[in-house]
Design a binder for this molecule. Structure first.
Ligand code: IVH
Length: 701
């Protein structure tokens, strides 16, 4: 973890910020097809989120990125607005927290401190929540939770669920929204995952054979992902083939109240034909901790995943009086289970080498079952964390997993420390190339200094070079590249473009048929003229992510100009160095990385070698005399006539730099409808705010 998070409050605040930021990038990537950061930067955010969650499993949010289905808000689904918003629940983690929750209810209702409270306790199902609308007892439509206000219209898919009543049995309100959880049982999940794995292997075999591939196969990592992925199929017959269950448990909008207590409502749901979780029970406030302990103990024996118990005040009139705070009701709470832990022995601490030479320690352990998953490796984050835990090889360690989170070593069982162990020492040299490994004074990460001579870095860099957002060479993923690398055919990016000279060798390899080889060579040829920004990003220079590559491309225009500019910029005080410093968005740290890259002769040689093979297309530059020349714009909110992307592209053509967040460097904030925190921040910083009409006027639209 970079930057340490010490307290729960800090962790909670950062997790909230990360959830929002990652959601924004998901949206940019999946829905708008306009990623703002590189895969690596995105992965770093996700990893940071994971790392904090692993240390503070109790703080895992319901909207945590680690809980989200990888799949996008599929563009194929229409939006549906919920009659009343779908809220989330506050979490508690202990009997004390729960008692405080009860005390708050009593205070709010001005009840005596010992007034009895009755709750319905329900297992908190780890699936995805849905909202079902019935009119005159007939199922009309259904939506996922989405952002709580509007979700995706998955009506056709929901109709295929066996446990969804198409018509309510018996009298019902004229209009009612019934809410519940769609899930996949553990047994069905295991069978489904096995089938998907097999399908994925078959697909891989077809790829090798050069055959037709068909759609990508998603192998789900847990029952929740499986359920979510199944419900969000564009083809309802696919959903129909998946074993999905549904428990009903809540009420949305209704033309009349269906019951005056929650337990009576659950009874009505049952009578209407829904499955209601059979473990749902009326409990007093005092009995809640016992119920919780029993569910925690029985959890493993249930055929579906639960991650806690939800307690809902039974009396609906009291619920109405209590109302909501923020996005959660005052009358209900989720009492979550602690993360699952297990003890095992630490066999080794391995060092993994990343693309930029970052050395990351990883625990290798005697395999152990943690909450149904066999775990062999766990993250140790960095050497400070190892020192903090004082983990030594041979130690008995406690590891834990919460949800999807990468298992983590949380503690050493000192009583069980065998004699003769020694404190772990960070490596002084890189395990892959033997170069010095150094840790700059103000950084947490130790790095290999081997640069291009380090095979681990070289391979990781090649993988990056070919990746989708960089040069996007189809067929040159990790496995194939590793083979090309270890056999020596490809050591540098330029070698990739010389592969056509080795067609015969490739054809002689096991499993490399003519079709495969020719497809690969064609994919390489198709990339001899990449956009300059992709080319620069593909080089994998530290801190040059997609955004910065774009800035450089727009500034320097051509590879030759960039190369010349960088060489001159090595001299401090030179005009070229100044020019580099004036590019909006390129700070001194980035300039430093660029200069360092060019200070290494082997980097320059590799670049020139590559430039002899590929010719990046010249980048468009913005209009230097346009109305937004040299200005930094940030867009927020919803514009009426065009998507934000389009508006951003227009602004860029008129000379603007479009940034993601508001800072003191922002010249204009263009605020569409429902502008949120960015507008507040802009106001605080005194940034000029343009409404859509003003923006259009300036842009001459
Ligand atoms: S009640 C206002 N009951 O937990 C009440 N939620 O954090 C809102 N969940 O998004 C929900 N089991 O996906 C409720 N028995 C249960 C639940 C449950 C699982 C999930 C649901 C919701 C989240 C709330």
């Amino acid at each position: 973890m970079s930057g340490s998070v010490e307290t729960e409050a800090e962790a909670a605040a950062e997790l909230a910020a990360l959830a929002a930021e990652i959601a924004r990038h998901d949206d940019a990537y999946h829905r708008r097809d306009a990623p703002e950061i590189s895969d690596a930067e995105y992965d770093a955010l996700v990893a940071r989120n994971r790392a904090i969650e692993a240390r503070f499993p109790a703080l895992v949010r319901d909207d945590s990125p680690s809980r989200r289905v990888g799949a996008a808000l599929a563009p194929g689904f229409a939006k549906l607005r919920h009659g009343v918003p779908m809220l989330s629940l506050d979490n508690v983690f202990s009997a004390e927290d729960f008692a405080e929750f009860c005390a708050r209810i009593r205070r709010f209702l001005a009840l005596p401190g010992d007034a009895p409270l009755t709750f319905v306790a329900e297992p908190k199902i780890d699936g995805l929540s849905i909202n079902l609308t019935y009119e005159d007892g007939v199922f009309l439509r259904g939506a996922t939770r989405g952002d709580g206000t509007e979700g995706e219209d998955v009506t056709a898919n929901l109709r295929t669920l066996k446990s969804l009543p198409q018509r309510l049995a018996g009298p019902a309100p004229r209009h009612i929204e019934i809410r519940g959880e769609v899930f996949m049982s553990k047994a069905d999940f295991l069978a489904f995952r096995t089938a998907q794995e097999k399908a994925a292997e078959d697909r891989e075999a077809r790829r090798e054979a050069g055959g037709k591939l068909g759609d990508a196969i998603v192998v789900p990592v847990n029952p929740r992902n499986a359920a979510a992925g199944s419900l969000r199929q564009l083809d309802p017959t696919v959903t129909a083939s998946r074993p999905l269950g549904l428990f009903a448990y809540a009420l949305g909008a209704a033309s009349e109240a269906p019951a005056d207590s929650h337990h009576a409502y659950l009874e009505r749901l049952r009578a209407w034909g829904f499955d209601v979780n059979p473990l749902s029970t009326l409990v007093t406030a005092e009995a809640a901790p016992d119920f919780h302990a029993r569910m925690a103990a029985d959890r493993a024996t249930l055929d579906y995943d639960i991650d806690g118990v939800v307690y809902k005040l039974d009396d609906i009139a009291l619920q109405a009086r209590l109302g909501f705070v923020g996005r959660a009701p005052r009358w209900a709470v989720a009492w979550k289970f602690p993360a699952e832990q297990a003890t095992t022995t630490l066999l080794d601490i391995q060092i993994q080498v990343g693309r930029t030479g970052a050395l990351t320690p990883r625990a290798v352990m005697a395999p152990v079952n943690v909450g149904g998953v066999l775990v062999r490796h766990a993250t140790l984050h960095n050497e400070d964390e190892i020192a903090r835990l004082d983990v030594r090889i041979g130690d008995t360690v406690v590891i834990q997993r919460a949800g999807d989170v990468i298992p983590q070593v949380v503690q050493v069982v000192l009583d069980k420390r065998p004699p003769g162990t020694v404190p772990w020492q960070p490596p002084q040299t890189c395990p892959a190339c033997g170069s010095h490994a150094i840790r700059p004074p103000d950084e947490v990460v130790r790095r290999c200094t081997g640069g291009l001579i380090c095979p681990a870095q070289a391979l990781e860099r090649l993988i990056h070079f070919c990746s989708r957002r960089a040069m996007d060479i189809e067929g040159l993923g990790g496995e194939n590249l590793e083979r090309l690398f270890t056999t020596g055919l490809v050591r540098t990016p330029a070698d990739i473009f010389r592969l056509r000279e080795h067609r015969a060798t490739l054809l002689s390899w096991d499993g490399w048929g003519e079709r495969k080889v020719d497809n690969l060579l064609a994919a390489i040829e198709a990339r001899r003229r990449p956009p300059l920004e992709r080319f620069l990003f593909a080089l994998g220079i530290r801190r040059i992510g997609e955004q910065n590559a774009k800035l450089l491309a727009r500034h320097y225009h051509s590879l030759a100009a960039w190369r010349a500019g960088m060489l001159d910029a090595r001299i401090i005080g030179s005009e070229a160095r100044e020019a580099l410093g004036t590019i909006q968005g390129i700070g001194p740290a980035i300039a430093e990385e660029l200069v360092e890259f060019f200070a290494e002769a082997h980097n320059l040689a590799a670049l020139d070698d590559l430039a002899a093979q590929v010719t990046p297309a010249e980048a468009e530059t913005g209009d230097a005399s346009g109305p937004f020349a040299g200005k930094t714009l940030v867009f927020t909110g919803t514009l009426s006539g065009m998507a934000r992307d389009e508006a951003g592209a227009i602004a860029e053509r008129l000379g603007a730099k479009v940034a993601k967040s508001v800072s003191a460097k922002t010249d204009y904030l263009v605020a569409g409808a429902d502008a949120g925190s960015k507008a507040t921040k802009a106001a605080a910083l005194g940034v000029t705010v343009l409404d859509e009409a003003a923006f259009r006027l300036m842009a001459g639209l």
